[in-house]
Ligand binder design. Structure first.
Ligand SMILES: [Zn+2]
Length: 75
């Protein structure tokens, strides 16, 4: 197993297999035993079991995430 990704609502996950529309990137709308994902290419929504998402994921992008440490800052 590789590194564990921390999936959160609003994140963009990149899957191994492209959607028929050509996009590999999906926005996470819901997390749990099943994830709800929205294709960034065409807006199609799917439910996918968490283990399958973890297996197919090739990357995870946080929204507005050019400074990932900013969210850890204490006020
Ligand atoms: Zn699509």
């Amino acid at each position: 197993m590789g590194e564990r990704l921390k999936f959160e609502v609003g994140d963009i996950v990149k899957l191994k297999k492209p959607h028929p529309c050509g996009s590999r990137e999906w926005k996470i709308l819901r997390v749990g035993a099943d994830f709800r994902l929205e294709c960034l290419g065409c807006g199609h929504q799917v439910m996918m079991a968490r283990p399958l998402v973890e297996k197919s994921a090739r990357g995870l992008r946080k929204p507005g995430g050019d400074s990932p440490e900013s969210e850890k800052k204490q006020p």
